[in-house]
Design a binder for this molecule. Structure first.
Ligand code: AMP
Ligand code: MG
Length: 422
């Protein structure tokens, strides 16, 4: 059950889609929020245009509303300016005739009778007459967005499942939506395991380690739109791990860190098995991150009170903090996006030019902390120096991970490689 990196991604994709369909089906899993609180959430309804957009034939330039053919035909004598229409008002005079022009501002409705706007920069005016400069021509419809061209009343402009970013907030406001229906944040339980761990409030002895993973994981869960819950540290004792899993399985997703390697006190897998866990994989040929475990705890049979614990997906993430973060971005984050109502899009991969030679591994996909320097013509990625998968300082120097697939001895400067954004 040790998969290649790509096999593991495919497994997570299939599980995410199967679970996402069930999540999406439950209407109790959505809530109504104020428009600005919806930023960063996922839309849980289709939103239609409240009216034709634009609601009228709209001028897109300052200039003169005219009949395009008349402006060209009468370029010697010019057209007679009979008035002005500003944004926020409507032309109230008689319909425009071929020999006439009406001064118009960007955003104003086109007066009846006109079919185009000639830009201010393309005409010269003298007294009450306007004519095109030089050989300027004008097409019917130029500098006008026809009523309903962007959206017709009732047309869907945003689909359920769309992440709400800045552009969506503006569009929802244009549709008159001061509140919107969004998916609930998935609830993610975080359990750090390890005898060496102490909480932030304690001063670690020389042989102890601060539990940084619970915080790193909580921050990542929050950044992806989940609701993190940090449970107490579990020491490497069956009873404590069992108790924490029993607590954590009430959440949508359970993230355990540490205790998934081959050591004598790595008990997480064994205890998960006691809960009748189904394991989808128990390792991935990647570095760092090899011991990662992914599976589900089945729904419980009804207890005497009739209560049923629904299924809970879990990851057992390796305890080394860089491994924890790498495996989160590779596998947990894309799943979490589906649990929060999005379509599966997978990890955030982009391509970039490798700045320096990097050795590959025959049997492991390397996912190395790296620094991405975006550029207009060329985006470069440089692997950072690090002391291995415990090196949080190097990890903080990085802003991405270079993904170097298994089966290659070396990756050379100048070649295009895959980069995982975080
Ligand atoms: P493990 O995966 O349990 O073998 O842990 C590997 C190493 O990761 C440990 O020796 C610790 O140094 C480190 N580690 C484990 N859990 C945490 C944690 N919650 N926070 C920070 N470091 C951790
Ligand atoms: Mg451990």
């Amino acid at each position: 059950m040790v998969l290649s990196f790509t096999e593991a991604l495919e497994t997570v994709r299939q599980r995410a889609i199967a679970t996402g369909l069930r999540v999406g089906a439950g209407s109790t899993r959505t809530e109504q929020v104020q428009l600005l609180a919806a930023q960063g959430r996922v839309l849980a309804e289709d939103v239609g245009a409240s009216h034709d957009q634009p609601p009228f034939d709209r001028a897109t330039r300052d200039g003169f509303a005219v009949q395009a053919h008349a402006l060209v035909a009468k370029k010697e004598t010019g057209l007679e300016i009979i008035g002005e229409v500003r944004a926020g008002e409507q032309w109230r005079g008689p319909d425009l005739l071929p020999g006439q022009a009406i001064a118009i501002m960007t955003g104003a409705p086109l007066p009846l009778g006109s079919d185009a706007v000639v830009m201010l920069e393309h005409v010269q005016t003298a007294g009450h007459r306007v004519r095109p400069v030089g050989d300027r021509t004008l097409r019917s419809g130029e500098n006008v967005v026809p009523r309903g061209a962007e959206a017709k009343a009732g047309d869907p402009v945003l689909r359920s499942g769309t992440p709400i970013g800045t552009a969506e907030v503006a569009l929802l406001a244009a549709c008159g939506r001061s509140t919107v229906q969004v998916y609930n944040r998935p609830m993610v339980a975080i359990v750090a395991t390890g005898d060496e761990l102490v909480e932030l409030s304690a001063t670690p002895e020389a042989w102890q380690i601060r539990n940084s993973n619970s915080y790193g994981l909580a921050a990542m869960v929050h950044a992806v739109g989940g609701h993190p819950g940090r449970l107490a540290i579990a020491h490497d004792l069956r009873d404590e791990i069992r108790e924490r899993i029993a607590q954590g399985r009430m959440w949508d997703l359970l993230l355990l860190s540490g205790g998934v390697s081959m050591g004598k006190y790595d008990l997480v897998e064994e205890v998960l098995a006691e809960f009748a866990a189904e394991f989808f994989f128990t390792g991935v040929r990647m570095q760092p991150g090899r011991p990662i475990v992914f599976g589900r705890l089945p729904p419980t049979s009804p207890d005497p009170g009739g209560g049923v614990q629904p299924e809970c997906l879990f990851f057992g993430l390796p305890g080394n903090p860089v491994s924890t973060e790498v495996t989160f971005h590779c596998f947990v984050e894309p799943l979490l996006r589906v649990l929060r109502g999005e379509m599966w899009t997978g990890p955030k991969f982009v391509q970039a030019t490798l700045a320096e030679d990097v050795p590959g591994k025959h049997d492991l996909t390397r996912v190395l902390p790296a620094h991405l320097v975006p550029g207009f013509a060329r985006t470069e990625v440089r692997v950072v120096r690090w002391q291995g998968s415990g090196d949080l300082a190097a990890n903080a120097q990085a802003n991405c991970y270079a993904v170097l697939p298994e089966g290659r001895d070396a990756f050379t400067a100048g070649e295009i490689v895959t980069v995982l954004l975080r």
